[in-house]
Design a protein around this ligand. Structure first.
Ligand code: BTN
Length: 244
């Protein structure tokens, strides 16, 4: 089944919604919108220039996955977004585990959902320069059949209806974002170990031009990754690329 604007509008009545057959990037579309006080959801069947973190491309083949972005009107007073990608990942994980048997679903700091060592979803958070709106982009592999990554279909051995799935994922996400804006990351710290994919793994993190090597030891109260090197020295990373 294709994406269904009428269905999404009835399920998510508080949102402005755009559904595209083809678009460059749902994040870019929302980023360019003029300032407005509404929550906006943009979904596409395919993206020709899907964006990943760190300037990477997000593979976005047509009519099989979910590529969507949410635009949160403004961030005043300005807040730290440290830990927000983890909060989004926790929300997606909780909803997916409520809907499907996915016991091995984990979150790879800072923005990936992983299932048995393969990537299932990624999150890209941006702030629009013009409007200071928060743009939260999510790519979730739903019915993709062949990939070096995984998909819900590959895990569950059946097709998943994307309109229903999207309308289940969004309301809890809105609640968690609202909560995060009020409280910051701290309330989420204690639940993080449940989903921490990297915990206890030997990793390399490339942060700017520095490479930090060591064992992942969870996160701190700001959602930054903690790594202990061979000499027992602890490092924290606010961002970076994980090389396993
Ligand atoms: C990553 O894992 O590097 C983040 C991937 C984010 C991909 C999504 S798909 C919908 C939205 N639009 C984009 O161009 N990117 C995000």
């Amino acid at each position: 089944m294709t994406l269904d604007l009428a269905f999404l509008k009835t399920q998510l009545p508080t949102l402005e919604i755009d559904v595209f057959d083809t678009i460059d990037s749902t994040n870019e579309f929302l980023k360019k919108l003029p300032q407005k006080n509404t929550l906006h959801l943009c979904v596409a069947e395919q993206q020709t220039a899907g964006k990943g973190r760190l300037g990477k491309h997000w593979f976005s083949p047509s009519n099989c996955n979910l590529y969507f972005s949410l635009r949160w009107p403004n961030l005043y007073p300005k807040k730290s977004l440290d830990g927000l990608s983890l909060v989004i990942a926790i929300s997606l994980t909780k909803t997916l585990q409520r809907l499907f048997p996915l016991p091995d679903l984990k979150i790879k700091w800072p923005n990936d959902l992983y299932y048995q060592d393969k990537k299932l979803a990624g999150i890209l958070i941006e702030v629009s320069n013009e409007s200071q709106a928060l743009i939260i982009g999510i790519g979730l592999n739903v019915n993709m059949k062949e990939s070096m990554w995984t998909s819900l279909r590959l895990i569950l051995q059946r097709d998943i209806e994307r309109n229903t799935l999207l309308s289940e994922l969004i309301p809890p996400l809105l609640i968690e974002i609202e909560q995060f804006i009020h409280t910051g990351f701290l309330p989420y710290l204690s639940v993080w170990p449940t989903w921490d994919y990297l915990a206890g793994k030997k990793i390399n993190v490339k942060q700017n031009e520095t490479l930090i090597q060591g064992v992942a030891q969870g996160i701190n109260e700001r959602g930054h990754l903690v790594i202990e090197d061979d000499l027992g020295k602890r490092h924290t990373c606010y961002s970076g690329e994980i090389l396993l």
